[in-house]
Every structure is written in C-alpha cells, then in structure tokens.
Design a protein around this ligand. Structure first.
Ligand SMILES: [Zn+2]
Length: 203
C-alpha cells in the first residue's frame, strides 16, 4: 500500500482536524523543530500548538527532545515527525470505519424506516408507531423508504475498504515470503562457509 499524500492527510485530520495539516506540513522533512517556531510560523498561540503536538505524541506520530533555556530557566521542546506510524494508524482507522459501516448496514437491513415526503425526519418502526406514521414536524403521512437506496452506498463503501485492506494483506504476504527466501539464502551461505571451514581444518 502506497502511503499517498491523501492517506497521510486523512490520518492527520482524524487526529487534529483540518487545522493539523498546516502543522504537519511544517514538520515534514525537518527534525527537532522548536514549538515556538511553529507558533510564530503558523501565527497560533503556543498553547494551541502544544495541544496539537501532544495529541500527535499520544498517537506516537512525533518524538521530542527538550533543552533548558538558560536565561528563562524553562524547557523548550523540539519536535520531529515519525511518519512510519502513519501507515499503522491509517489501517487502524480503516478497520474501525469498516466495523462502523458494517454495523450500520446490519441495522439498515434489519429495520424498517419511514420518511416524511418533505424530508423533515426519518423514523424507524418504533418511532413511526409512536407518531402514528405521521411526521412529528409537519404532520404529513410518512412513507416506507426503499432500503436499497440506503444500502447501496454503504455496501459500496464497505467493498472499497475491504478491497483496500485485502490488498494490504496480500502485500504483507509477499513481503513475508521475500523475507523467508532471503533467510534461506543467508542460511545456505552460512552452511557453505562452515563446510569450507571444516574442509580447511581437515587439511
Ligand atoms: Zn415533515
């Protein structure tokens, strides 16, 4: 799975919101950047910057070093982005998203839903009963919703994520196989070497 900019951004936004993209852009390809540097570059209060950095730290996406400011006597933190964790978080997010969608799909398939013709509300069967199948907002008769409409996009999204995760699993298998082959080659080489050494000894 190639970690495209879009995927990286998806992970950052899931942790920090859109705002976070500006911060991680500043961190990209740089090491040990002072938090005050981010604060002045992004024109944001140091408290906001720190909060974002701590959130990234909680997700193991950044590391820091600190140095004592001799004049002021306090610590200044210097931050570095750890991009290799993004792949893990991306996959974790996708798995969570998949579970949520599957749950939603199961509900859609199980329950009956009713909607107001003016689109004020959507009711499940129990709610429909409660309001005697009339819209609680405008009083119009609600009608049964064709579930296909709700199910199709859900199913589509589920298929997409499943395909993506499967692709990742396949890649993992290939990588494991390659690692095994490499190990075998190394073992053969070691064997050949010890054989040679034994021969030499015998001589
Ligand atoms: Zn209505």
């Amino acid at each position: 799975m190639r970690l495209t900019t879009k995927k990286i951004e998806e992970v950052i936004v899931s942790i920090l919101g859109e705002e976070g993209l500006l911060l991680t852009k500043e961190m990209k390809d740089r090491e040990n950047v002072s938090e005050f540097d981010f604060s002045s570059k992004l024109k944001k209060d140091i408290k906001i910057i720190r909060k974002m950095l701590y959130l990234l730290y909680n997700n193991n996406l950044v590391d820091f070093t600190r140095k004592k400011d001799k004049e002021k006597g306090w610590y200044i933190y210097y931050w570095t982005l750890l991009p290799e964790r993004i792949r893990y978080l991306y996959l974790r997010n996708k798995r969570e998203q998949l579970a949520r969608l599957q749950e939603k799909l199961a509900t859609e398939q199980k329950e009956l839903f009713f909607a107001c013709p003016s689109k004020c509300v959507r009711l499940n069967f129990d709610q429909g009963m409660e309001f005697e199948f009339h819209c609680p907002e405008c009083g119009e008769l609600v009608s049964h919703i064709d579930r296909e409409e709700a199910i199709r996009p859900l199913q589509q999204k589920i298929d997409e994520i499943e395909a993506e995760l499967k692709e990742f699993q396949e890649e993992k298998k290939v990588r494991r196989k390659e690692a095994k082959v490499r190990k075998k080659i190394v073992r053969k080489k070691v064997k050949a070497k010890t054989k040679k050494a034994k021969k030499k000894k015998r001589k």
